[in-house]
Design a protein around this ligand. Structure first.
Ligand SMILES: Nc1ncnc2c1ncn2[C@@H]1O[C@H](COP(=O)(O)OP(=O)(O)OP(=O)(O)O)[C@@H](O)[C@H]1O
Ligand SMILES: [Mg+2]
Length: 484
């Protein structure tokens, strides 16, 4: 960095005559321009820049210097070390010629500016002095600006990283690993994503992760719950309105799509959108334009849409409640989050994570957890998924300062749904957590068991034999169950 507000210059020039000409050209401004060092080859220049980080503002670089490292290659290497340093190239190669490619290649490599040295008979100056000085001052302004941007970007990056840390997805189960891989992959591609999953499975958390890992991470993430806004207000929430567009519109209103411009909109409970809001949303996706109420010409916006639903949106489409064309536009990448009870050990990982979090939050030491209590947690149905687990832990930390026992956990004030034993939990899984008529349950069991036995048998008749059935009966029953 320049001292005393003088611009610190590294001069890379191997001819004494030209060093003297550069010095003389800037002499009148010696208080503000300081040639900190003169070196005669590229390696020495690069070493200095690497060693004295943030020391030089501008490099004045002769294009043809001795040694292997020079020209565009040297420019690139300098910019790799310090992207903010500005490089002015001087050369006599272009005396009397105009070579656009030459100039272009220098700029592409990262030079700020280049000028053709005066011919040797002009002994005092390297280049028209005022132009040369202006070039250096402009280079310095650009360096300051880039440094400023670099610092601001770093601060933004730090805040993105801390946002990500606070929204870390916990879980090592196979479905979670697959989900995390999908997030990494699709965050980088700017496509719409439809997240499906039961209530409390982490849909909003996943949407945040996609946003914070995408190129839109420095822009806004605007969540909107389509289910919580009355139908007649949803369009003005999403797209805004102009002043005077209807009675009571005394001030213009920005819509959420405008607010999120360049960022991400998270449309939660998307199945709740009214038919006319669906049409307008389709327009945004197809044309990148919003129709603001009371405005004749449309407005361009650039947003990524992440939608979420805890319903079967495909079923809503086939029953005519949701537009098919919109469904396909939103569902470019489908992400399904499985219920917590199907994620095995993740239950305990999340439990320990929240236990530590809430204990820290309360400033108390983390209570120990009885093995039997863990077993109950593992076998519980978790109808409210991770959100339920989180509040269960919160209640436990408040109620059990030292130890969490099986009795504490099975207390109906803690786990609101009935606690199931191991046998019950497999039944529970088979019935999807509902109580079904015996006939339906038998059918589920038969289907699974027939499929299982067939999968470990060499043929249908072999499977029939294992089941103690005549092959014809086995075949008929398979047909009834829809397996054949
Ligand atoms: N894998 C996870 N790791 C850590 N925390 C999680 C995880 N999944 C969910 N959570 C936490 O559980 C709570 C519920 O998550 P979130 O709000 O994202 O669920 P949701 O699917 O959007 O729920 P809803 O359908 O009710 O809107 C949040 O506090 C969230 O931080
Ligand atoms: Mg949600």
């Amino acid at each position: 960095m320049s001292t005393n507000n003088a611009i610190s210059i590294l001069l890379v020039e191997d001819e004494d005559f030209d060093v003297a000409r550069v010095r003389n050209t800037i002499r009148l401004f010696s208080e503000r321009l300081h040639i900190a060092e003169v070196v005669s080859n590229g390696r020495a220049a690069l070493e200095l820049i690497q060693k004295k980080i943030d020391h030089y503002d501008v490099v004045i670089l002769d294009y043809q210097i001795s040694g292997g490292l020079k020209g565009e290659e040297l420019i690139r290497k300098i910019k790799d070390v310090d992207p903010c340093i500005q490089i002015i190239v001087i050369t006599k190669m272009t005396i009397n010629i105009t070579d656009y490619d030459f100039a272009n290649n220098l700029l592409k490599a990262g030079a700020f500016w280049y000028c053709t040295k005066y011919p040797g008979n002009i002994e005092e100056y390297i280049y028209q002095p005022t132009d040369f000085l202006l070039g250096i001052f402009n280079a310095y302004e650009k360096k300051k600006l880039e440094k400023h941007t670099q610092r601001a970007d770093r601060r933004l990056m730090q805040s993105v990283e801390s946002l990500l840390e606070a929204r870390r997805l916990i879980g090592d189960s196979k479905p979670m690993i697959q989900l995390k891989e999908a997030i990494e992959k699709y965050a980088k591609i700017d496509v719409n994503v439809l997240i499906s999953g039961a209530s409390g499975t982490g849909k909003e958390l996943v949407a945040w992760n996609i946003h914070l890992k995408s190129k839109r991470k420095f822009e806004k993430f605007v969540p909107i719950n389509c289910g919580s806004i009355p139908h007649e207000l949803i369009e003005s929430e999403l797209f805004g309105y102009e002043k005077g567009s209807f009675t009571g519109a005394n001030v213009p209103k920005l819509g959420l799509f405008e607010i999120a411009n360049h960022g991400t909109v998270f449309l939660d409970e998307v199945s709740e959108l009214s038919p006319s809001a669906q049409v307008k949303l389709l327009r945004v996706i197809q044309d990148g334009e919003i129709e603001k109420i009371g405005r004749t010409e449309s407005m361009s916006v650039n947003v990524r849409i992440i939608a979420a639903t805890n319903k079967n949106l495909a079923a809503d489409v086939s029953e005519g409640r949701f537009r098919e064309d919109l469904y396909f536009r939103l569902n470019i990448v489908p992400l399904d989050i499985v219920p917590l009870r199907q994620r095995g050990e993740d239950i305990l990982l999340l439990f320990d994570h929240f236990l530590e979090y809430f204990s820290n939050d309360l400033g108390v030491s983390t209570p120990s957890v009885e093995a039997k209590a863990r077993e109950i947690l593992l076998n519980y149905r978790w109808p409210g998924n991770v959100r339920e687990l989180r509040s269960v832990v919160q209640r436990l930390v408040l109620n059990c300062p030292d130890k969490i026992t099986a009795k504490d956990v099975s207390n109906p004030m803690i786990l609101h749904s009935p606690v199931l034993t191991k046998d019950m939990s497999s039944l529970d899984e088979m019935s999807g957590g509902q109580v079904l008529p015996l006939r339906d349950m038998e059918r589920i069991f038969r289907t699974r068991y027939f499929k299982y036995v067939r999968s470990i048998s060499s043929s249908d008749s072999n499977a029939a034999e294992k089941l103690g059935l005549a092959p014809s009966n086995f075949y008929r029953m398979c047909k009834e169950l829809g397996i054949k």
